[in-house]
Design a protein around this ligand. Sequence first.
Ligand SMILES: Cc1ncc(COP(=O)(O)O)c(C=O)c1O
Length: 376
Amino acid sequence: MQWEVGGEFELRDSSLAHPEECDLLSAQSWRLPPGECRLVQNGQAALLTALRDARYGAKLMDAWLPSYLCASMVQPFRQSGLEVHYYPVDGHLAPVDGLWALAVGHGSVVLYVNYFGFPVSATAQDLAQQQHNRGAVTILDMTHSLFNIAPDEIPCSNYTVASLRKWAGLPDGGLVWKRGSRFSMPLDADSTDGGFGRARLVAGLMKGLYCDGILSQKDGYHTLFGMAEDIADGCTAAVPMSRVSCTMWGQLDTVAIVSARRANYAALASGISRLQSLHLFQETLPQGVCPLGCPIVLPRRDDLRIFLTSHGVYCPIHWQLPTDVATGFPGSQSVSATMLTLPCDQRYTRNDMERVVTLMTEWDGSRPRSRDDGVA
Ligand SMILES: Cc1ncc(COP(=O)(O)O)c(C=O)c1O
């Protein structure tokens, strides 16, 4: 089998075999305060569910989203007919207070994101509280902090959403939680996800075959994974998360996942501390945080990414910004242009991480030194 790091999760039939199911519908099992939880096919559907519920109770006009986000997160707000505005964030991804914050009140919905699982800034907490007090609907996206010891919470948020499939080889999965009371409407049990979950299930299994040397080509599963994303972007239904994904989530060894991810992050961090031309986005991994990946910052991000790809290490960019925020948000644009996320998930060992560090050291050593190296 070819040595690789990163890319989509592969699937093998052993991950589908366990018949046990556990209670994933109680707020307690997600360590959330009392409220109702629903499991849907992905993060976009979780946002759609929250927005539909919020619009049931009140007339919503506009949505305020962070200018640092993935394009797919905007879709549900547009599909819900809301006028979308963006707010600025700084180089640490904390919201920047300003006039925009006062525009958010009754009739608005505002989204906060718990980037990379690192603690939500005090500014975000304060702004969310003030906006909530003025009648805004607040949503926290806790996709990135799902495995933290205590999931970071915005105490006044009306809804919390998460995409589950970022953490393991689940074909589908999204969580939406409503504080304190039940959702007003049932899920779209009669709709379909358009084949999203099945396309990803087959793609994951095909990648498993590729990783085990049984399938020699990547094109088939790449096409299917891409097709699934197109299906998700066009889907306006929120349907229940598949039984396969519920079963798989229920059998995840959370303790082992947290421990592997933290150890892998530490191995990368220790190697990176010796390099000249790049640095960690967050110097120390805070206690209790289970990292989604290891974000690094460097001016020549694309060069390093191409180099790593050519050696079988596939690093996502969180994120290429949607065109609406391509200008006018210097903090977001600077982070988006210089950040790369190194994979450090539970599929990998310390040896894998050391190989990644060796590659980065080789790249770092080959760089001509210049004044802007290592600076965000
Ligand atoms: C933080 C965050 N929330 C939500 C989403 C949307 O989730 P999904 O891709 O499962 O629809 C994404 C997608 O990348 C994301 O990064």
